[in-house]
Design a protein around this ligand. Structure first.
Ligand code: HEM
Ligand code: HEM
Length: 124
């Protein structure tokens, strides 16, 4: 499967999960999980969909590092967002290390992405 297709597919899964959480928050009138909802959608749906668009715009930048970025970005989201969910639910014991560890993985992924963007746009 093409790299950008993997980004778009992951993004729409996060969109569905984020929207379900948003609807649950709205219908229960309990907005405690707002940061979980916000970061699931902004890191998962928005950021990954944008990355997919970028790799479509700059197909020559695809390679091992770009493929590694997909994994690192997804692992970061899948560690950080449940961590935020646990913190917001008051379960800080496992929540804090997951959220902060996941955030560092997300940051590492974004550093790789920044490198790829700079490399791709060097002569643009
Ligand atoms: C079915 C669609 C959605 C529902 C029912 C929904 C529901 C909600 C609810 C109930 C809140 C809490 C509001 C508050 O307590 O002030 C919220 C906040 C938020 N939502 Fe959604 N949402 C939806 C879609 C989205 C989408 C598509 C995105 C982003 C792509 C998004 C991003 C956010 C953000 C960033 C916040 C935090 C806003 C702030 O800082 O005040 N939501 N949403
Ligand atoms: C390493 C990644 C990130 C970390 C550690 C992080 C951390 C945080 C923290 C601590 C808050 C305050 C939450 C609160 O007041 O309860 C917040 C809010 C927010 N962040 Fe992030 N953030 C990250 C990535 C992002 C990204 C990539 C976006 C957008 C593309 C984003 C958009 C927002 C928005 C809209 C809010 C306000 C809504 C809310 O309170 O949940 N964040 N973030």
């Amino acid at each position: 499967m093409q790299l950008e297709a993997r980004y778009f597919r992951a993004a729409v899964i996060y969109a569905l999960l984020g929207l379900l959480l948003g609807i649950h928050m709205a219908s229960s009138q309990d907005h405690t999980q707002m940061p979980t909802h916000a970061h699931l959608l902004l890191l998962g749906w928005v950021s990954l969909f944008l990355a997919g668009g970028f790799f479509r715009l700059y197909p020559t930048v695809q390679g091992k590092l770009a493929a590694a970025h997909w994994w690192i970005a997804n692992i970061g989201i899948l560690v950080m967002v449940p961590g935020v969910g646990l913190i917001m639910a008051g379960i800080e014991g496992p929540g804090v290390p997951l959220a902060s560890g996941g955030a560092l993985i997300v940051l590492f992924g974004m550093a790789i992405f920044a490198w790829l963007v700079f490399r791709a746009t060097k002569r643009a």
